[in-house]
Design a protein around this ligand. Structure first.
Ligand code: ATP
Length: 543
């Protein structure tokens, strides 16, 4: 049994037999050896300079804005602390491997100048890895800069997003990302608002040519799906165990992932019976995110994680009857219905969802296809108590698990929410909701904020505490990298230094010259010593 504690937002419980402690397992795919640099003489100084302030931080990492001192291109530098990832080397290797694979595909398409007439092309909206190297303390990933905030902030700041102007194009864009990833055999497994970033953009006119008459928030063109920490390939030898892992963020996980709970302690027979999941988990998560964007709260969240997981299993999500009855939201609910099909095999793929009326205007190929989107049959047979076709009170009210919103609405009452709502008629329920909505929203957001950032898939099997792993940490790289070199860059002695960034910014996407495949680096030239770096605006830290 192996249990790994990831950042509190995530937990990975791996099935027995899968390597997760840095020790190679014969059943798990082996990772490619580190690339060897042609010219490396001693530890090099870094060609990137960083700002002192952080762009963000995760549980293992800090992310800072950085600049390549040669090209002046701006990037994000994610520094993963070695002493935080003891025993989890495989996870960071997996992230790097996935980012490399995806970045490689993106470059291939860019090289071919691949274009469709669709408004969004998925490969333009995936976080790119440009470089990576190791320092004595950290593993550093140089990625596309997305310093315009994330989708979570945007939703919370606004309460909810405009259905036509924002929710539709953002969902369409993410759908195109999923189509790109899935067609390349990659499941993201952690699609959520916090992982949708907005990139730095230089060419503001860039997408205009595709807009046509469709009016929407142009920020949709800046959407970037980030955090490949839980992403996995689905067709590799190691995929079998990866795709039985209990991973993700509670609010967003699909029923097939919920069924993997406790996988770490399952018997071989139970494990054998457990079906592996795949890319449809991302379609489910897209449904959750679309719902969150439109309504400002998530569909399955209850007071406790256990209740939330139960609701996910039963596809029991909260439906605001007023909104359900709104003809303008018909396509929205129908889109959700498709994403929330319990049986993953029957859930539409990203490619087929592009034809759905909710998003099809963004895909020229789908728009020209006049056949209407056919809802999978299984939906009509759905026996869920929270059926979207139900015009009765929201099914959540009848559930013993209480949605945060509802419990807040009924906070001042002496009877339980379910008792209350069972007495209330649809209209009185709506009135209560309407009057308490504003008052509750702040509290709901607080609850959600907590839920979304802290929610973890807690497991009784979780034996490695983060604190423990921090204390006992000794990072070991396996396979051992060649002396002085690692990854695409070098073993760097000066990974960080300060700069005022007086140079003009440019978009990292347009700098694929720094591709992770450029192994040989420019020869060392002027090198500023770390001691006097504060005197120098653009610290020349050079490989
Ligand atoms: N390319 C980027 N550009 C700008 N900000 C970024 C970028 N990548 C990450 N960030 C910021 O840093 C934060 C942490 O990054 P990330 O989620 O990749 O780290 P992590 O260690 O995997 O975190 P966790 O596992 O806790 O989710 C993000 O929430 C985001 O705010």
């Amino acid at each position: 049994m192996t249990t790994i504690q990831l950042p509190s937002a995530k937990l990975v419980v791996t099935p027995p037999g899968s390597a997760s402690n840095g020790v190679e397992d014969p059943n798990v795919e082996s990772y490619a050896p580190w690339p060897v640099l042609e010219k490396t003489a001693g530890a090099a100084k870094c060609k990137y300079v960083t700002r002192g302030s952080m762009l963000g931080d995760g549980h293992f990492s800090v992310v800072k804005e950085c600049m390549n001192v040669y090209t002046k291109d701006m990037y994000a530098l994610k520094l993963v602390h070695k002493n935080m990832i003891k025993g989890k080397l495989q996870l960071i290797q997996r992230e790097v491997k996935l980012l490399r694979l995806v970045s490689d595909k993106i470059r291939q398409l860019e090289k071919k100048n691949f274009r469709t007439l669709d408004v969004f092309e998925g490969h333009h909206h995936v976080l790119q890895l440009f470089d990576y190297f190791e320092t004595s303390e950290s593993i550093a990933l140089v990625t596309q800069l997305c310093d315009k905030g994330d989708l979570y902030e945007r939703i919370i700041e606004n309460g909810s997003l405009d259905l036509n102007l924002q929710v539709k194009p953002y969902s369409a864009c993410l759908l195109s990302v999923l189509e790109f990833l899935h067609s390349n055999g990659v499941a993201h497994r952690d699609l959520k608002a916090e992982n949708v970033l907005f990139r730095l953009r230089v060419n503001k006119n860039e997408p205009e040519e595709h807009h046509g008459n469709f009016k929407y928030d142009l920020k949709a063109h800046d959407v970037i799906l980030a955090d490949f920490g839980l992403a996995t390939q689905i067709d590799t030898p190691g995929a079998s165990s990866n795709l039985k892992e209990f991973v993700g963020t509670t609010s967003y996980i699909a029923p097939e992932i919920v069924r993997c709970k406790g996988v770490g302690s399952m018997s071989p027979e139970e494990l054998q019976k457990l079906e592996r999941y795949g890319c449809p988990v991302d379609i489910w998560a897209l449904g959750v995110l679309t719902y969150f964007m439109a309504l400002g709260y998530t569909p399955f969240d209850c007071d406790t994680d256990e209740e939330t997981l139960e609701c996910i299993k039963k596809v029991d999500y909260y439906i605001d009857e007023e909104m359900r009855a709104d003809p303008k939201m018909k396509d929205f609910w129908s889109f959700l219905e498709c994403c929330f099909i319990e049986n993953a095999a029957e859930r539409p793929t990203a490619t087929s969802l592009k034809h759905h009326p909710f998003v099809k205007d963004f895909f020229v190929t789908s728009a020209s296809d006049h056949s209407s989107f056919i809802l999978p049959q299984v939906m009509r047979k759905s026996g869920s108590t929270s059926s979207l076709h139900s015009l009765r009170q929201p099914s959540r009210s009848a559930s013993s698990s209480t949605l945060a919103l509802m419990s807040l609405n009924f906070n001042n009452t002496s009877t339980s929410p379910s008792a209350q709502t069972s007495k209330a008629t649809s209209s009185t329920y709506r009135e209560i909701r309407a009057s308490s909505r504003e008052r509750s929203l702040k509290q709901v957001r607080e609850t959600l904020k907590k839920t979304l950032s802290m929610t973890s898939l807690k497991s009784a099997n979780n034996s490695i505490s983060t604190v423990q792993s921090k204390l006992n940490s000794t990072f070991v790289l396996e396979p051992k990298p060649p002396v002085n070199s690692l990854m695409n860059g070098c073993f760097s002695t000066t990974p960080e230094s300060r700069s005022n960034f007086s140079t003009p910014r440019s978009l990292s996407r347009q700098s694929s010259a720094n591709s992770i495949y450029v192994v040989s680096q420019p020869p060392a030239t002027s090198i500023s010593s770390p001691e006097n770096e504060d005197d120098d605006e653009d610290m020349g830290i050079v490989i």
